[in-house]
Design a protein around this ligand. Sequence first.
Ligand SMILES: Cc1ncc(COP(=O)(O)O)c(C=O)c1O
Length: 391
Amino acid sequence: MSAIMPTYKRLPVAFVRGRGAMLWDAQGRAYLDGLSGIAVTNLGHCHPRVTQAIKEQAGELAHTSNLFRIPGQEQLGAELTSATGMDAVFFCNSGAEANEVAIKLARRLGHNRGLQHPTIVVLEGAFHGRTLGALAATSGEKMRTPFEPMVPGFVRVPRDDLQAISELTANSNIVAVLVEPVQGEGGVRPLDPAYLLGLRAACHEQGWLLMFDEVQTGNGRCGAMYAFQRLNVVPDVLITAKGLGNGYPIGACMARGEAARALGAGDHGTTFGGSPLACAVGSAVVNTLADPELLGRADVLRERLLASFNHHLTRPESLADIRGLGLMIGIEVTVPADGLVARALDQGAVINVTAGNTIRLLPPLVMSDDEADRLGRTVAQIVNQAAEEQP
Ligand SMILES: Cc1ncc(COP(=O)(O)O)c(C=O)c1O
């Protein structure tokens, strides 16, 4: 029996080295990385500025606890608030944890307003993480049912449905709406820009917090530091993780206005969150991403990759839809999706399939044009193969 709990069906490959958009296994075989460790290594593997920050800070001081001032945390907080227009940040270690902060923050605000049962609106198709609060906000019976009873205090509505939102205005317990601007695990589904504008207006009118889970969409992934900056809708709470550490664990819950002041001393805490080491890495990432040319690569690479995919796809009927924003790419196929990931690995490419039949590509911003062409071609080839083998 393995010493690891079997919570993942793992692929039979172990990578031992990475550089940029490339990974190598122990046998020295190279793979093109179209997944970035699930939207984490947005700057590519072993980005020199990130590696240097880890080395330097690890040699100086890794951890002290939040019982003391942490200058690097204050610096990263200032960098993030200046990059986003938020007022304050709470640092933690993962996406689920950052969502827990947002959930507690919204509930705290509700209690400050005299509500006994503050309630958060969430969407069908949402994924917010596996801790109990984040899981209650997540959609999907398979993930939830084995862990019931769920944390109460959430109502779920269909995505892109403003009528469903306006029907909730009668519910005086609502304090916040939590959404992913592009649903990632739910099939790479961008929310309708008009819906997001409508949500913003409804939240403003009702005094609800608009909370964006940008764990997956953030940190350059969608062609802006955070996706909201491309969508012209500013949330009150901004949740992120994944790419903020480019492989080092860090999460952040940012907030502005009343939301930034909702949590007071003793309301929340973390031993590891916002350590000198994590924040040195976060600063290296944020400063590297402050380069419009690098962020602009998201759209350039998306276009090249999809042009190559379309060029090499031999049966157009294999394709149902292409969705996403920047380097969050969803290719919904009509061929059987089981086995596509293994086929890609055989051909030396790392990809993912989510929501049943959507190929999810999350390549790094540092991918070259040529690598994007190759990834698009490989994905077309595996879809072609699956189509040919269909009875
Ligand atoms: C939108 C979103 N929120 C939250 C999470 C959970 O993040 P973590 O796995 O770091 O807890 C994820 C992870 O895939 C995510 O995509």
